[in-house]
Design a protein around this ligand. Structure first.
Ligand code: COA
Length: 333
């Protein structure tokens, strides 16, 4: 029997933003920096810090927020994919903790580690489970507590990151011109030395020495990453647009990962997309790693700026290196 072809579409969204705000003034007091440098070099004005809870808590809050907007019950969820590089623990997977916290008693799940490209990688993975016909309700949540691995004496990195979570629900549609239509995803492990957290894994297990040498924090060679990120994200976004015969006028929004406003601007320029068609939240939240893209989608949707059928290009670049872009047709009224 010929099985029906399916696409995965986003049918609900949700988010969680911690209350505590760290503004640029806060960083002026703890490291040698200033508001003007941070805003002009990155676009960031504020970020959030999760004070009472971990990555699984933020993910669970985001999913519960999502569920409030639907008639879907937690026990109907088939799969939970948590994109994160700041899991609560090495094991069990954060997805297990989230499953328990939201009462999704019939779900299985796993964590996916692709840093700032985590949401895109998880979105494609979740969509494949839907397209197989085997699963009907897949939650993809990007959740990162970046403040837990930020060195607040290193001005190169501590000003960049914040905490947040955001989730989408994927469900099948027989309309193959709806939902996730195409993705291009890549990894290049030769970029491992430019952006990483060196210790805590099997290569450098935790020891007094790894703690003394600050090896449990984010390390980034900003200049090196900037160079590849700016080209990588712009090229892949342009490529996915062209591959799907889209002109810039056909695109309702570019939804870029929020690492640096200059990288976002370069991507929009390459695609010929004007600033008003680029989703931005970096000024409010900084780089929230796997949460940036679904957070943008959730906030713009709730602000009434997205309508069913809108063509969206999602794009990301992150540690690994990992990068990719997706063509998504928005499917919520
Ligand atoms: N405040 C003031 N000065 C700072 C600073 C801060 N918070 N952080 C760094 N500087 C200094 C540097 O020490 C350097 O000083 P020096 O020239 O005396 O050595 C100077 O500013 C310029 O540093 P540079 O690295 O050239 O800055 P930049 O313009 O590249 O901006 C980043 C730095 C991190 C914002 C930028 O490189 C970046 O966004 N990189 C890519 C991030 C990314 O995409 N990551 C992937 C996904 S997470």
């Amino acid at each position: 029997m010929q099985s029906t072809k399916l696409n995965a579409q986003i049918t609900a969204v949700g988010m969680y933003i911690p209350e505590k705000i760290l503004d640029n003034k806060y960083f002026e007091e703890i490291v040698e920096t200033n508001d003007e440098w941070i805003v002009s070099r990155t676009g960031i004005k504020e970020r959030r810090k999760m004070e009472n809870g971990a990555t699984s808590d933020m993910a669970a809050y985001a999913i519960l927020d999502l569920l409030k907007s639907t008639s879907v019950k937690p026990e109907e969820i088939d799969v939970i994919i948590v994109a994160t590089v700041t899991p609560d623990m090495f094991f069990p997977a954060t997805a297990c903790l989230v499953q328990d916290k939201i009462g999704a008693k019939n779900a299985w799940g796993f964590d996916l580690s692709a840093a700032c490209s985590g949401f895109l990688f998880a979105l494609q993975t979740g969509a494949s489970l839907i397209e197989s016909g085997r699963y009907k309700k897949v939650i993809v949540v990007g959740s990162d507590k970046m403040t837990s691995i930020s060195d607040y004496t290193d001005r190169n990195t501590c000003i960049l990151f914040g905490d947040a979570a955001s989730a989408v629900l994927l469900e099948p549609t027989e309309d193959l011109n709806m939902g996730l239509i195409d993705t291009l995803l890549f990894t290049d492990g030769s970029g491992k030395d430019a952006l990483n957290m060196k210790a805590g894994g099997s290569l450098n297990p935790a020891s007094h020495e790894t703690v003394d040498n600050k090896m449990h924090y984010i390390y980034q060679d900003g200049k090196a990453v900037f160079k590849v990120a700016v080209k990588g994200m712009a090229d892949i976004s342009y490529e996915v647009m062209k591959k799907n015969n889209l002109e810039s006028d056909d695109v309702a929004y570019l939804v870029p990962h929020q690492a640096n406003l200059r990288i976002i601007d370069a991507t929009a320029n390459r695609m010929g997309i004007s600033k008003d068609k680029v989703m931005i939240n970096i000024h409010k939240y900084g780089n929230t790693t796997a949460a940036t893209i679904p957070l943008c989608l959730t906030e713009y949707y709730r602000d009434g700026k997205l309508k069913k059928g809108d063509n969206l290009i999602l794009a990301a670049f992150g540690a690994g290196y990992t990068w990719g872009a997706a063509y998504l047709k928005w499917s919520i009224d």
